[in-house]
Design a protein. Structure first.
Lengths: 349, 349
């Protein structure tokens, strides 16, 4: 049963407003969550909203205020996010970094003590639509599920790296965890009693497994770094890089007391106009993505796609024809709607 | 048979000088190549020198001159490397980016038409020793050996991502290809008739393999993206990011006529002092790397290491006790020494 995206945004805004969040912040959070679902990132769209509402209610996500500026240099800004909603903070940071990048060539904003920032891919097209290259990465110092290569003990979150890359056609919207899989997917498959597509986790004895249940029983297993048992040193190295860019530059993270579900954010806007020019940039990125799509398929009938191609097409289609939500999403929001006196959205007939 | 590192640097300098390269450029190239061997990167140290000498002799590597400045903004500089030696260009770019990052917080230098830049890890400690975070990545538009995920046709080079991260102890020196393995390793193992440690390549029919020979016979195989058959979309995404940062920002690459062995380079210096401060930075990165090393080992007797830890220790030890070169390296240089009238180095007795 599809829903109009605008109806879902209005629904999410009404729920967030009813919890007392500032109106502009509700708007940003609702937009980014629904954008996640539009692109098919079903674990990182409205599926997150019940959690966010719980955090607003408990005060763990802050409802009012602004980030505190900890440092401000022409191409480098550091904020304390004061545990304000992540999607609102990231959109504010993108605006600032975009202005600065026009003058300096690039601008980086780092945010400590943001709340969770939802689906990284959901932000990228706003940058590529302006002909800007955007890098976005985050970690959550509150928790750890990913082990260093060769180790049994979790040190990292899945520490995603996302990038929006303009081309002369469909942009590349790349969003990959530096771990073999994510908390979102392992949690969902575990609840549903299902297996992972490959051996992306390790049990508490160091044996690779495709069973997410190993993460939930003693001795506790871990998510493998990207590259798994034979190349996990690469994912491990990238996880450390993300920690440095986030917790390191923000000066706040795993060395500090835990404050609950949140994110430390690194965001960089790079303006190709300050380098060889936007046309020269998209000529190269267009050429390379065309070459990828032109590659013969390794498996007949499964053509090579570029990252984000499917998400952009799905978002276009779902914007026109309505969004089909993952089945568990609206039922999880129904009790909140009842409690807060918000009307549930109506499916398109 | 170990050699004094200074003797190897002098030997490499003498060979490069004898080919007519400017003295300051010979010095930079020799330093970086020997640094690669010191750290144990035996495919990317002096093993590259015969190739470099051939390129100098043919004129494909330029002997004199400076890079041309194509664009210059406070935090973003674009050079045409004019096919000058890569290690010299990268060291020049590091110096400029370091000065600029002190004022702007970060500075990025992008170089089109550099010659090959050797071992990425060899540059990083020069940045971390100054308390700077350094990102370095490159691609070579002249060639392709890595296929996009799901494809049979090579589009990318192994497109490495390297980062130097200061900590309160041993720095993290991270250098990983975004492909499952490298040209250097597959070439060497193929010549030696050996197999790869895992299925890091794909034959020309789309079947994963550990035999590097599939890259050298028809129909031609390819190197898999990092993540291999089940998670290769992640390495593929990172490969595209590297193409955007290098060929895209430099405005020169795969869309242009091939010019021979070379590199397009992206280098970024980030000064933690412009964010939350260097002490705050190393407090976090030190904490995280300590946590990694403290993790129980998955395999008894194989403790968790941080990236670069082994390389830094090996470089220290080899600086004191002499460098043991990979067996094929000096024999490959001997004909050059004879031809150019340069004395070969003497092993430490």
């Amino acid at each position: 049963m599809p829903y109009r995206p605008t109806d879902l945004v209005d629904y999410a805004r009404a729920l967030l407003d009813a919890c007392g969040l500032d109106a502009d912040k509700s708007r940003s959070v609702a937009d980014i969550l629904v954008q996640g679902d539009l692109m098919g990132h079903t674990t990182h769209g409205l599926a997150l909203l019940p959690g966010y509402l719980t955090e607003l209610e408990s005060g763990a996500m802050r409802k009012h205020g602004e980030p505190a500026v900890l440092a401000d240099h022409p191409a480098a800004v550091t904020w304390d996010g004061q545990r304000l909603p992540g999607p609102w903070l990231v959109l504010q940071a993108m605006e600032l970094a975009t202005q600065r990048a026009r003058a300096q060539g690039t601008c980086t904003v780092v945010i400590r003590r943001s709340h969770h920032i939802a689906c990284l891919a959901a932000y990228l097209k706003r940058a590529t639509d302006q002909g800007l290259l955007m890098l976005l990465t985050c970690s959550d110092p509150n928790t750890a599920s990913v082990a260093p290569f060769g180790g049994l003990d979790a040190v990292f979150t899945p520490n995603p790296i996302a990038a929006g890359i303009p081309t002369d056609g469909v942009p590349v919207l790349m969003d990959v965890s530096t771990s073999a899989t994510t908390n979102g997917l392992t949690n969902r498959l575990h609840k549903e009693g299902r297996r992972l597509p490959a051996a992306w986790v390790m049990d508490g004895h160091g044996v690779a497994s495709d069973d997410p249940a190993v993460l939930f029983k003693e001795p506790k297993g871990t998510i493998l770094p990207l590259g798994g048992m034979d190349s996990g040193h690469k994912g491990y190295g990238l996880s450390l890089l993300v920690e440095a860019l986030t917790g390191g530059l923000a000066g706040h993270g795993r060395a500090d007391a835990k404050e609950g579900w949140g994110a430390t954010v690194f965001l960089q806007i790079i303006d190709p106009r300050a380098f060889a020019g936007l046309d020269a940039f998209t000529r190269q990125t267009g050429h390379v993505t065309d070459a990828c799509r032109a590659s013969r398929a390794a498996e007949p009938g499964k053509p090579v796609r570029t990252p984000g191609e499917k998400g952009v097409a799905l978002a276009d289609q779902q914007t026109r024809q309505g969004v089909t939500l993952y089945p568990s999403i609206l039922p999880a929001l129904a009790p909140w709607a009842a409690k807060l006196g918000v009307s549930e959205p109506t499916a398109i007939s």
